[in-house]
Design a protein around this ligand. Sequence first.
Ligand SMILES: [Zn+2]
Length: 245
Amino acid sequence: MRTTFRRIGRALAALTLAATTSLVGVVATSSAAQADGCYTWGRVLTQGATGEDVRQLQIRLAGYPGYGGVLGLDGAFGPATRSALIRFQQAYGLSADGAAGPQTFNQLYALQDNDCTPVNFTYAELNRCNSTWAGGAVSASTARFNALVSMWKLQAMRKALGSVSINISSGFRSYACNSAVGGASNSRHLHGDGVDLVGSPSFCRLAQQARYHGFGNILGPGYPGHNDHTHVGAVGGWSAPSCGI
Ligand SMILES: [Zn+2]
C-alpha cells in the first residue's frame, strides 16, 4: 500500500514524466523517486525486453490476455505481453502505447498491497484451508504463487465488471480439505489457482466474464455440482452449459 513517501514520490514522478514524455522508450525512467512496498520497476519495458521485471509485469497483466487467452509468465516481453499491456492501459484510461513506463507502474503500485496481492483480494481469502499452503498437489510456494496469479486475474475481472465486489467461498485446498468438501480428485484447488465464486454478480455473468481474463478453467451452472457457484482456475477447460459456455 502507498505511504506518504510513496505519494510524494508519485507526485515527483508525475513531474518527471511531464518532462520526459518525448523520451519514454529510449531512456530509463527516473525510478529513484518511486518506491513500492512490494516491487519497484526501474526501467521502461517495451517489446523485446527480458528479465525478472518483465515477469513481474506479466504476473500483474495475467488478467488481460483477451478472450480465451492465457499470458505466459516467462519474463520475455513479446506481442502477447504488449497486447495485454495495452488492454490494461485502456482499462485504466492510460496512454495505450504498449510501453510500461511511469504511468503504468504508478497504476500498478496503486493496485498492489505490500504483500504483492492486488488491493481487493488477500491470501487469507484464497486459503480458508490452512495457513501453510502445504498438503496440496504442488509445493506450498507454488500453490501460494498460483493463488497470487489468480488474484490478479480476478482483479482484472472485477474492474471489467464495474469494480464490483467478487465473493470467494473457496480457494486453495490440501488433499484433506478437498476430500472434506467432496472436491474432484484433480481439482485446481489442490494447485492453489482454483477459486469458487459466489454471491453477485450472477454465476453466469461471472463465468462469461472470466473467459476474458486468463482463466483456462471455468465451471459454472449446468456443469455437475456447479449450480451454486462458478469455479475458475488456470487450466482444465470451460463448461457452464446453462450460461452458453
Ligand atoms: Zn471449485
